[in-house]
Design a protein around this ligand. Structure first.
Ligand code: SAH
Length: 207
């Protein structure tokens, strides 16, 4: 899978390729789908959500310019697969998921597999995880209309934020924002993508 779907499609960062090779994707998919684990596609994991496509995880890791020493925030833990990949490169990964059942099973799975530098939280990731900020990289694994301000604020100077931005009608584009050492933000589009929606848990009176 690595050679054909990952390297073959232009991922070249050796750290990303090593991390992808090191993480056993079959451990992150439901038991009935293990034989599909090394096909390059998303797979259902419950709660109407999916484990990300390997190529997409590799693209996010490369575009986020992950490196040793980095502190990473992921929004949208899902199965925990992407967090596991990021944790093979960065120092520590905080990952937050809005479905309690997915957060619990990802936490358990990552613990069993020995990913001691991944911390799974349950909550609304559009607010980030301020207790552990700032982050050198923030990777949002679900698509929304715009980058939540709280996430921008939790980016360290020099940090990179990746998020699929767009609408159902117009489609999504993978956007990378950088926070300059002086604090200014710049944004660039990296191409079309398709992710499940980022759902903010708004207070009941606003629903
Ligand atoms: N990276 C995951 C796949 C994530 S799919 C993996 O490798 O398995 C996107 C996930 O984002 C879903 O599990 C969805 O429940 C979650 N999500 C959507 N909106 C969210 C929010 N506001 N906060 C936290 N998680 C959210």
């Amino acid at each position: 899978m690595l050679r054909r779907h990952i390297e073959g499609r232009g991922i070249s960062d050796p750290r990303v390729l090593d991390a992808m090779a090191a993480v056993p994707r079959e451990e992150f998919v439901p038991p009935g789908l293990v034989r599909d684990a090394y096909r390059d596609g998303p797979l259902p994991i419950g709660e109407g959500q999916t484990i990300s496509q390997p190529y997409v995880v590799a693209t996010m890791a490369e575009a986020a310019e992950l490196k040793p020493g980095d502190r990473v925030l992921e929004v949208g833990t899902g199965s925990g697969y992407a967090a596991a990949v990021f944790s093979r490169i960065a120092d520590v990964v905080y990952t937050i998921e809005r479905h309690a059942s997915l957060a619990d099973s990802a936490r358990e799975r990552l613990r069993e597999l020995g990913y001691g530098n991944v911390h799974v939280g349950h909550g609304d990731g559009t607010r980030g995880w301020p207790e552990h900020a700032p982050y050198d990289a923030i990777v949002v694994a679900a698509g929304g209309r715009s980058v939540p301000e709280a996430l921008r604020e939790q980016l360290a100077p020099g940090g990179r934020l990746l998020m699929p931005v767009g609408s159902l009608g117009a489609g999504q584009s993978l956007v990378r924002e950088r926070r300059g050492e002086g604090g200014a933000y710049t944004a660039e589009g990296l191409g079309p993508v398709r992710f499940v929606p980022l759902i903010a848990d708004v207070p009941a009176r606003n629903r």
